[in-house]
Design a protein around this ligand. Structure first.
Ligand SMILES: NC(=O)c1ccc[n+]([C@@H]2O[C@H](COP(=O)([O-])OP(=O)(O)OC[C@H]3O[C@@H](n4cnc5c(N)ncnc54)[C@H](OP(=O)(O)O)[C@@H]3O)[C@@H](O)[C@H]2O)c1
Length: 236
């Protein structure tokens, strides 16, 4: 049985990724700050998909050591291994001109988008190491790619600091984790502009955004240390 943890699974990309993995017969631990909010949707899904459809909501706030520790314990009480951790939880942070963005604005977005995945990945390492094919997925962004930000005309007019900085840091964390953890397939993913609450509905469908995240979660052959988007491997 394949087991995954998805953070930020209450809605948007995290929810769709959780549903798609469960449709493949996986057990998915859906991390959410308010897991009870997921219960009605999951009851509906179980009705549609059948009793074997297995998404289990777990309280998980990636900014809290205590919450992450408790989530690991809750999950460890139910399984001896995790095959995939999808670090998906993220916030856009403050979008404003540099003169209106200070350290507190950076701290808020870095806490969730950078320290959150570090906190969760580290806490789940012992369970990941019990998997025969462990994978760590970091949901990043083209906004965090130096290649896209410096060459892609689509980004020429978009100048924003904290969020891209957080995802650039996340990309480097993925690169270094891939080197430091050769037993784990590590992938950073750019879902592309996707119509969720995050973008107030702009962008392609959530299914399209989820596709490269699913590809990373399903990839058991490697190589490790790649940045993927909907078209395949992308420049960092
Ligand atoms: N949408 C896009 O165009 C786009 C493009 C590139 C990358 N991304 C990345 O994709 C990921 C998912 O984004 P989305 O578009 O699905 O956004 P979304 O609909 O706003 O969902 C964000 C999710 O993150 C959760 N979250 C926020 N802070 C959290 C915390 N401290 N602990 C645990 N969960 C937390 C939210 O939970 P609550 O319900 O508790 O708030 C929600 O489930 C993010 O990392 C984002 O940066 C999105």
């Amino acid at each position: 049985m394949t087991h995954a943890v998805v953070t930020g699974a209450s809605r948007g990309l995290g929810l769709v990724v959780s549903i798609e993995l469960a449709r493949r017969g996986w057990t998915v631990f859906a991390g959410a700050r308010r897991p009870a909010d997921l219960h009605p949707r999951l009851a509906e899904l179980r009705e549609q998909e059948g009793e074997s459809f297995d998404i289990r909501p777990v309280a998980l706030d990636v900014t809290s050591d205590a919450s992450v520790r408790a989530a690991v314990q809750t999950i460890a009480d139910q399984t001896g291994h995790i095959d995939v951790v999808v670090n998906n939880a993220g916030v856009p942070g403050t979008w404003a001109a540099p003169e209106d963005v200070g350290p507190d604005d950076f701290a808020a977005v870095l806490e969730t988008n950078v320290l959150g995945p570090v906190r969760a990945s580290r806490a789940f390492l012992p369970l990941l190491r019990e998997s025969a094919q462990p994978r760590l997925v970091f949901v990043s962004s083209g906004m965090g790619s130096f290649a896209s930000q410096t060459t892609d005309p689509a980004f020429r007019e978009i100048a924003h600091v904290p969020y891209p900085a957080s995802k650039a840091a996340l990309n480097m964390i993925a690169v270094q984790y891939a080197k430091a953890l050769p037993d784990i397939i590590v992938t950073a993913v750019d879902p592309g502009l996707t119509a969720t609450e995050f973008t107030a509905g702009s962008g392609h469908s959530v299914d399209e955004g989820a596709a490269p995240i699913l590809a990373a979660a399903l990839n058991v052959e490697g190589p490790s240390g790649r940045f993927l988007n909907g078209a395949g491997p992308a420049g960092w």
